[in-house]
Ligand binder design. Structure first.
Ligand SMILES: [Zn+2]
Ligand SMILES: [Zn+2]
Length: 259
């Protein structure tokens, strides 16, 4: 049993072959996948996937790398999240790598998401890239710990991981942990408490070794889990069970679908 805590199954690389992706999930023992919104324009696609397939869940939010979309309001997020299969707010956060200039709009958008998450009682999916200090500062200022959530596709330092863990957050590792040049990230993956760990694909991007450079899909989260299980010297089955239970607890998922 494995859960992919972050994928984009509705993106064009995958949306035309969802049945194949679900078949590979089943083959690789991946029983759940969380399909994460990046804009409110594509949220209906995410919701439709979550409504159609028992093993797919969804989130609602506007990603920090989309500057040219309408201003998102707290009330709007809260209303859209009011659905049994929409289990999180995000992805949100700060990205100082992809977008330059005055990013006050990004910080304001992030604050709106944290407020919405606190109000609706759903956890946050946080994207943080080259913005560790501001991300943590805003999380503290807005009381993000009250909502909880996950630092997705984590590539930060151990100090940043510790700060997020202290706020009650989970750390999710992607296929990057399998990359040859990711020794520092593997060190972080050795240290994060098991009860705070999640695994993800961020598909269609970041396919793990041995599929690096190909289109990623939720079923390949198995290779991420295999790598971390090896680092932690645990059997894959045990690591898979621990991260799946973390996934159910964080996203308040009770019913386990039969797949
Ligand atoms: Zn992201
Ligand atoms: Zn993403």
């Amino acid at each position: 049993m494995l859960a992919d805590s972050h994928c984009h199954l509705n993106f064009p690389e995958l949306s035309g072959r969802v049945d194949d992706a679900l078949a590979l999930m089943q083959e690789n023992g991946v029983t759940h996948a969380l399909c994460v919104s990046v804009t409110l324009q594509e949220f209906p696609q995410v919701k439709a996937l979550a409504e159609r397939y028992p093993q797919i869940y969804g989130s609602v939010g506007v990603h920090p790398d989309y500057p040219d979309v309408p201003v998102v309001r707290e009330e709007e997020l809260v209303a859209l999240a009011d659905h049994p299969k929409i289990v999180a707010i995000g992805e949100t956060g700060l990205d100082y790598y992809r977008i330059k200039g005055d990013l006050e709009w990004q910080r304001e958008r992030f604050r709106v998401h944290i407020r919405a998450a606190r109000r609706c009682g759903k956890p946050l999916i946080i994207h943080m890239r080259e913005a560790g200090a501001d991300t943590m500062r805003i999380m503290k200022e807005e009381g993000a710990g009250e909502a909880g959530g996950v630092m997705h596709c984590f590539t930060g330092s151990w100090e940043e991981a510790q700060a997020a863990i202290e706020l009650g957050f989970h750390i999710s590792f992607s296929g990057i942990v399998t990359f040859k040049n990711a020794a520092a990230l593997r060190e972080v993956a050795r240290k994060v408490p098991l009860e705070r760990m999640l695994v993800e694909t961020d598909s269609p991007y970041l396919a793990p070794v041995p599929y690096r450079g190909k289109t990623n899909e939720p079923g390949l989260v198995r290779y991420v889990a295999e790598e971390i299980a090896r680092l932690r010297e645990l059997p894959l089955e045990q690591f898979a069970l621990i991260t799946s239970e973390n996934f159910f607890r964080l996203f308040k998922i009770r019913a386990r679908p039969h797949v």
